[in-house]
Design a protein around this ligand. Structure first.
Ligand SMILES: O=C(O)CCC(=O)C1=CC=C[C@@H](O)[C@@H]1C(=O)O
Ligand SMILES: [Mg+2]
Length: 363
């Protein structure tokens, strides 16, 4: 990475908290707010808000999530160390300071990537992937746990808003109630809409087998993490019964090498915040694609900076399937205007330099 000399650059961070519109109930429990840190890389003498002088600036976001990344306190501590290391030894030293803290590393690396992509007047996805221009990427709607009728209504609303793929949370209720929820959603949205379900490790092998029998009838296209993260063989045995299997929590538990060797997944979910950065996630996506496993990018219900980074990551992955990056509407508030337009089941990829997020760091 070529950057200005250390004494010309500085790394800063500041805390934020954004509420969700309503708690996202999952098999793991509920997510009610997202508390993290905005990260900014600027030229040391930069005077201010989003570098009005037009000099390069880079934004990142470190938003820890329990069960997926380090704790908030550990993330804060790692960013403190990274700021000092950056001052003393530049980006490479800062990256060493966050090496074992995935959310903190995500924030620092995204800010550095945004900084470099802005300097070269390149959209972040092209800076990441050196690939062709990509105008839009397919996205799924994210629908939390609710009664069968409420879930069906939420899915119908998403389809009316243009989504062609809905991912439903399951696992917080009995398998029979979840089967009924998916049945009612399928009846509500018709046969053309893609339905995926995410159990967040909630089921036993028998429960997963029962669910798959019914979900195959409803033409569910993907079942995410039915069994606990540690189960590799169990997931391998569930495959091939009419509903493809994706691993999410299992990616963090085993790594993609073990998953692919065990033949445990048809797809893997790549969460840049949990993997330590969009750079890591893109390398993993290329790797699993080589092995015939489908990469799916999702956010960790992040604020606009990390969420836009996930959109750029998805745009850097050739032939990416619908991704879970349309999560901005789950938030009651955000840190800045969303540069990503959602329409007709896709996200329009920002083509401006860098991430394309502005107005996010106001004094
Ligand atoms: O995949 C999506 O549609 C959005 C992201 C999403 O569902 C999740 C983000 C973070 C934690 C979980 O609640 C959940 C998941 O397990 O994939
Ligand atoms: Mg998941």
């Amino acid at each position: 990475m070529t950057t200005s000399s250390t004494d010309e650059l500085q790394l800063e961070y500041r805390p934020f908290s954004v509420r969700l519109e309503r708690p996202l109930r999952t098999g793991h429990g509920s997510i009610e707010s997202r508390d993290g840190f905005l990260v900014r890389v600027t030229e040391a003498d930069d005077g201010g808000i989003d570098s009005p002088t037009g000099r390069p600036v880079g934004f990142g976001e470190a938003t820890p999530l329990s069960g997926w990344t380090e704790s908030y306190a550990d993330c804060k501590g790692a960013l403190e160390q990274a700021q000092a290391a950056f001052q003393a030894g530049g980006p490479e030293a800062a990256l060493e300071a966050v090496d074992e803290r995935s959310a903190a590393r995500h924030g620092v690396t995204l800010a550095l990537a945004d900084f470099q992509a802005r300097r070269t007047a390149t959209p972040l996805y092209r800076y990441l992937g050196q690939g062709p221009m990509v105008a839009r990427i397919p996205v799924n709607a994210t629908i939390g746990d609710g009664t069968p009728a409420d879930t069906a209504a939420d899915a119908a609303r998403a389809v009316a808003d243009g989504f062609r793929c809905c991912k439903l949370k399951v696992g917080a209720r009995s398998v029979s109630e979840d089967v009924e929820r998916v049945r009612q959603v399928r009846d509500a949205v018709g046969p053309e809409v893609e339905l995926r379900v995410d159990a967040n490790e909630s089921w036993t092998y028998d429960e997963a087998g029962t669910a798959i029998e019914h979900f195959a009838d409803f033409e569910v296209s993907l079942l995410e993490q039915p069994l606990p993260a540690g189960a590799l063989e169990g997931h391998a045995t569930l495959r091939g019964n009419g509903v493809p299997i994706a691993l999410d929590e299992g990616v963090l538990e085993h790594g993609v090498d073990a998953i692919c060797r065990a033949g445990a997944a048809d797809a893997v979910v790549l969460k840049p915040m949990a993997l330590g950065g969009v750079d890591v996630a893109r390398r993993v996506a290329a790797w699993v694609t080589e092995l015939g496993v489908v990469p799916i990018v999702t956010t960790t219900i992040d604020a606009v900076v990390a969420r836009t980074g996930a959109v750029h990551l998805a745009a850097a992955i050739p032939d990416v399937p619908a991704c879970g990056v349309a999560t901005g509407d789950l938030l009651a508030e955000d840190l800045a205007r969303d540069p990503v337009l959602l329409e007709n089941g896709s996200a329009v990829v920002p083509q401006t330099k860098g991430l394309g997020v502005e107005g996010v760091w106001t004094e």
